[in-house]
Design a protein around this ligand. Structure first.
Ligand SMILES: CC(C)(COP(=O)(O)OP(=O)(O)OC[C@H]1O[C@@H](n2cnc3c(N)ncnc32)[C@H](O)[C@@H]1OP(=O)(O)O)[C@@H](O)C(=O)NCCC(=O)NCCS
Length: 144
């Protein structure tokens, strides 16, 4: 498995992963914007030269905000998400960003398990945060 920053050829695959994994996928123009403006914190993971997942975040006021991570269905629960997230955390660390946040649906047991293992802590509940009225959790992690 290799992790690398995104390149233009990956965009189609990332859109596919978005549509497979999220009820409200990011539109292509948002993915393009993230590619144009936040490339350093937009990573893909490849196996045998095929993209099997991506993770993307931004930096706002010196704080890292992780926006999305998705792993291809047949590679889930094999440590790939954790592997990719650890690499993204390293990128933030190298950039001197030592505070991270993200939001997750309260029902997303897989993501919550992964983030907790990575040291994220729930700090707030976000009422009606998602389009369908579902609550979210705000999670934070300080990189030492
Ligand atoms: C969340 C996601 C990225 C996790 O990726 P993954 O590669 O399957 O995760 P890992 O294999 O690294 O697992 C990390 C931990 O989460 C746990 N986990 C993963 N999937 C789980 C599930 N469905 N139910 C319960 N726990 C789960 C694993 O057991 C592991 O914990 P452990 O080390 O204590 O066993 C993946 O499930 C996914 O793409 N989900 C859809 C998109 C999404 O919800 N993204 C997050 C919101 S932005």
């Amino acid at each position: 498995m290799i992790v690398r920053t995104v390149n233009p050829d990956d965009i189609y695959k990332i859109m596919e992963l978005e549509y497979e994994n999220f009820d409200n996928p990011y539109p292509p123009n948002l993915i393009n914007f993230l590619y144009e403006s936040h490339r350093d914190t937009f990573l893909v993971v490849e196996k045998d030269e095929v993209v099997i997942g991506f993770a993307v975040g931004i930096i706002q006021k010196k704080e890292g905000h992780i926006l999305a991570i998705a792993i291809r269905e047949d590679y889930k629960k094999r440590g790939v998400g954790t592997f990719l997230m650890k690499r993204l955390l390293k990128v933030y660390e190298k950039k001197g960003v030592n505070r991270l946040k993200l939001e997750v649906r309260v029902s997303n047991v897989a993501a919550l398990a992964m983030y907790k293992n990575l040291g994220f802590k729930i700090t707030n509940k976000l009422k009606n945060y998602y389009e369908n009225g579902e609550d979210g959790f705000l999670l934070r992690k300080d990189i030492i």
